[in-house]
Write a protein that binds this ligand. Structure first.
Ligand code: GLA
Length: 377
């Protein structure tokens, strides 16, 4: 399964060194709520990004990707490094760490990933967090690492994302989803029953968040909050939104956020109470709200969700991540995931001519050192 880790092992050979891994994520429910101080319920996935190598006396971070061309060198004192390509994440992490006053250590190594890039499974957060683990001198807590990586993303990589992706990559808990309250940045693991598998299906239609309408959606939400006279849409009530102060599109954006926060709480109640039958309608409502009120779905993603809804073994299905293409997330009865994925992909290909890749996972742990049999002296 860990082909990226195998490639890192092979590259490092017999040399002593350290390896850190950070997971991709799929959000079960609570979409476009994180930057509105709202609630999210993501899981960390078994697919990881790894950074392996050794500490050096040089004041630089040197990385080579086993997936993409080009070597990356970032100065640990000035933060000078590449501003484009995958190397910008390394530069972003170093700069964000310098901004926040963290001590950094020289590191030289390689990067490899099993997290599909650009599919909406937070390959960038996984890369940022794995790099942060490699260069941070003393171990800050999971929230601090997540905040610093979010800063890297927001300030140096161009996406005004919330904290969900980075915090899931640092704080994920195996067999649990993570209920994150993005207002006070607290989090609480919620058990995902062993009979359920997370199935992610990629529409194959991708747009990077920085280029898509993501930042525009965020601005619309901020405008809605301003008009309502509140700091974030977390404080908004449905009555206020329908009272007439807001016009479209702000009114619909705000309505999505308020109703989505409520759906997250109901999904948590369903998981904790063992009422998995309640999840299907909640995921379906979430998807409808994202498609109609938030307008971040696409015809391809709608087709995948619609097909999944009628497929045996699928308990719940909706779009996941920022939208504008990307993936859907399904909860599937364990044992049914292979047949379900094949059936959905076949129908999708028959209609669109596009291949839909898929991945299955149980909720996994967050980032950390990997025991790969060798340690740096
Ligand atoms: C992207 C962002 C997240 C979150 C989601 C939408 O994945 O990186 O912070 O806003 O979109 O829920």
């Amino acid at each position: 399964m860990n082909t990226a880790l195998d490639r890192i092992r092979k590259t490092l050979g017999g040399a002593p060194g350290v390896v850190f891994g950070a997971p991709g994520r799929a959000n079960l429910i609570g979409e476009h709520t994180d930057y509105n101080g709202g609630l999210v319920l993501p899981v960390a996935l078994e697919m990881r990004t790894f950074v392996g190598g050794s500490y050096t006396e040089e004041r630089v971070l040197r990385l080579q990707s086993l997936d993409e061309p080009g070597a990356v060198v970032v100065d640990l004192d000035s933060g000078r490094g590449p501003a484009a390509g995958w190397g910008r994440y390394a530069t972003g992490v170093v700069r964000a760490a310098l901004d926040e006053g963290y001590e950094l250590r020289g590191f030289a190594g390689v990067v490899a990933s099993d997290v599909p890039i650009g599919a909406g499974l937070s390959s960038s957060a996984a890369l940022e967090v794995a790099i942060a683990w490699a260069v941070l001198q003393s171990g800050p807590g999971v929230l601090e690492v997540a905040r610093l990586c979010r800063r890297a993303e927001n300030v140096y990589c161009g996406t005004q994302s919330g904290i969900m992706d980075q915090l899931t990559a640092t704080a994920g808990v195996a067999d649990h989803a993570l209920l994150i309250d993005c207002l006070d940045e607290t989090f609480d693991p919620v058990p995902v029953p062993p009979g359920l598998i997370v199935l992610v299906i990629d529409s194959g239609v991708h747009r990077t968040l920085a280029d898509s309408g993501y930042n525009r959606r965020r601005a619309e939400c901020e405008r809605a909050a301003r008009i309502l006279g509140i700091d974030t849409l977390r404080e908004a009530r449905l009555e206020d939104i329908e009272a007439g102060q807001l016009r479209d599109p702000e009114r619909r954006r705000a309505r999505h956020v308020v109703t989505e926060n409520d759906r997250v709480l109901r999904a948590v109640g369903a998981l904790r109470g063992g009422d998995t039958g309640a999840l299907g309608p909640l995921f379906a409502e979430s998807h409808r709200s994202l498609a109609e009120d938030f307008e971040v779905s696409t015809p391809e993603v709608d087709l995948l969700v619609g097909t999944a809804a009628g497929t045996p073994g699928i308990v719940a299905a909706r779009m996941t991540g920022g939208g504008f293409g990307g993936c859907i997330v399904c909860l599937v009865d364990a044992g049914a995931e292979g047949a379900a994925a094949q059936r959905i992909a076949a129908q999708y290909e028959a209609t669109t001519g596009r291949r839909a890749r898929h991945w299955v996972s149980r909720p996994a742990d967050g980032a950390g050192p990997v025991n790969w049999g060798r340690r740096q002296k």
